[in-house]
Design a protein around this ligand. Structure first.
Ligand SMILES: C[S@@+](CC[C@H](N)C(=O)[O-])C[C@H]1O[C@@H](n2cnc3c(N)ncnc32)[C@H](O)[C@@H]1O
Length: 203
């Protein structure tokens, strides 16, 4: 936990938001999938939210109950400062998803580019158990990981690569695979990173 916090704090303290490989000017796919697949009026948690502007977009679009979780306090501080007066609708949680437990349920769980860092099976098991408890029946997980032909590391850390079927298999029978798509993300440095997106419904 300490190591992860130290690593990611150093990233957010030393790099501008638009100078990290995962930067996107607008979280277009996240928003489209959440608006299409989450039950109306859903609460949502963005797991490993970083400095993403997804929270701004969700609040702007009228989502009333938005939580952001990240292991990096530095990332959460950036988001707090950016949101300013719009903070009211947002709950911040600092925690490592490999050990974190949710105290409530959500209609939607969003994770872009976090699950693929979990290279230890026990960490993936904890993540799936936590998501299974935290997502209300009928709610959805909207997940994006590196695709099967995606990068094998990010930010100096090893990553795993998935297609939709392998992701759905890991999440198991508590979830049904509703939707999958591929995205080719262009980094600020002009390289292409293929991602697998899935929407899994909690049964
Ligand atoms: C590649 S970035 C993606 C950030 C954001 N989801 C986005 O799309 O812009 C990975 C994020 O996950 C966070 N993170 C990494 N490992 C984590 C963990 N074990 N628990 C919680 N957050 C974690 C990092 O601090 C970082 O903000």
């Amino acid at each position: 936990m300490q190591d992860a916090a130290r690593h990611w704090n150093a990233v957010y303290e030393t790099k501008a938001a638009d100078q990290v490989s995962w930067f996107q000017a607008a979280p277009v796919t996240s928003l489209r999938l959440l608006e299409r697949w989450a039950p109306p009026g859903s609460s949502v948690i963005d797991v490993g939210a970083g400095a993403s502007t997804l929270v701004d977009e969700l609040v702007g679009a009228g989502w009333k109950d938005v939580t952001v979780l990240d292991v990096s306090e530095a990332a959460l501080t950036k988001v707090r400062k950016r949101l300013g007066e719009r903070l009211g609708a947002v709950t911040f949680a600092a925690g490592d998803v490999r050990t974190w437990q949710s105290e409530r349920t959500y209609g939607a769980w969003h994770d872009r580019a976090v699950f693929h860092f979990l290279v230890e099976p026990s960490d993936r098991d904890h993540y799936v158990a936590t998501a299974s408890k935290a997502i209300a029946p009928g709610g959805v997980a909207v997940l994006a990981t590196f695709a099967a032909d995606g990068p094998v590391e990010c930010s100096g850390l090893p990553t795993l690569r998935y297609d939709a079927e392998s992701l759905a298999r890991i999440f198991g029978s508590a979830f049904s695979l509703e939707h999958a798509e591929r995205e080719e993300h262009t980094t600020p440095f002009g390289t292409i990173q293929p991602f697998t997106w899935v929407v899994l419904r909690r049964v």
